[in-house]
Design a protein around this ligand. Structure first.
Ligand code: C2E
Ligand code: MG
Ligand code: MG
Length: 261
């Protein structure tokens, strides 16, 4: 297993250098109009021998071997360079690892990428998870303030899975809260989740955050989350993560709505 891991580590370095990573884009739609409002950028690794490796596997590896800053910057640059070609009302969301969040250089890297790609800061959303709050408090709030000063938006990702502490919401002032897909999908079988989602939405609204439901797979999930007050919907129902070209077709209105479900 150790040998296997070592191989993966060196393969990941090679993947970054040789351009074996790519970015796919999952549509986010307005809950009432069902129009596309933006895309979440998600990294993909096609290993030359082992085939696709899930980011849930290689992102933690990249964090451990401190390759995450480089991979993260590459994803950010790629996503911004591609998103700038979309109409100005379309936003792009990029995931940030808690490890990247600790890097003091992060705000200047983001400024540089926005400058180089000419993407307006307000079209960029950075998604962070509650994991960032596990480290030193002062630093986290300084980082949040520095990023917000750039003019971009901050989303709290995967809400409902971790500690889901209300304290984080109140202190940090995110622009958006994303309710985790597992939670969204469980709502159909566990009615108590509906009550919890309802209070999360109300809480978010009282902090003037918009709410996205992730992992929406069925029309039933969609209608439930829309009726509970979610503003934005993301999930296989409206589209899987797509190549840049396919995402473009969707922006131009050539892609079918409600692709699955
Ligand atoms: P995430 O940021 O919460 O992204 C959403 C994940 O849910 C994506 O998995 C997406 O493909 C999947 N998903 C979307 N709609 C549905 C649905 O309807 N049903 C189900 N079952 N799944 C759905 P993916 O692309 O495998 O990414 C997994 C995680 O890896 C992401 O979760 C994120 O935490 C991380 N990740 C992906 N790309 C990046 C990146 O560029 N940087 C960092 N730091 N993390 C990344
Ligand atoms: Mg995300
Ligand atoms: Mg998520």
């Amino acid at each position: 297993a150790a040998r296997q891991r070592q191989l993966m580590e060196s393969d990941l370095r090679v993947a970054l250098e040789k351009g074996q990573l790519r970015v796919v884009y999952q549509p986010q739609v307005d809950a009432s109009s069902e129009a596309v409002t933006g895309f979440e950028a998600l990294v993909r690794w096609d290993h030359p021998e082992h085939g696709p490796v899930s980011p849930a596997v290689f992102i933690p590896l990249a964090e451990e071997i401190r390759l995450i800053d480089e991979i993260g910057e590459w994803v950010l640059r790629t996503a911004c360079a591609e998103a700038v070609k979309w109409p100005p009302h379309i936003s792009v969301a990029v995931n940030l690892s808690p490890v990247q969040f600790k890097s003091p250089a992060l705000p200047s890297v983001v400024r540089m990428v926005l400058g180089d790609t000419e993407l307006a800061a307000k079209r960029l959303e950075l998604e962070i998870t509650e994991g960032v709050f596990l480290s030193n408090d002062d630093h986290v709030h300084e980082m949040i303030a520095a990023l917000k000063k750039i003019g971009l938006k901050l989303a709290l990702d995967d809400f409902g899975t971790g500690y889901s502490s209300i304290g984080y919401l109140n202190k940090a002032v995110f622009h958006k809260l994303k309710i985790d897909g597992s939670f969204v999908r469980e709502a159909s079988s566990r009615p108590e989740n509906v009550a919890i989602i309802q209070s999360i939405v109300q809480l978010a609204k009282s902090f003037r955050m918009s709410v996205t439901a992730e992992g929406v797979e069925t029309a039933e999930d969609f209608e439930r989350m829309r009726d509970l007050g979610c503003d934005t919907i993301q999930g296989y129902l409206f589209g899987r993560p797509l190549s840049y070209d396919r995402a473009n077709q969707m922006v131009l209105g050539l892609g079918a709505k409600r692709m699955a479900g």
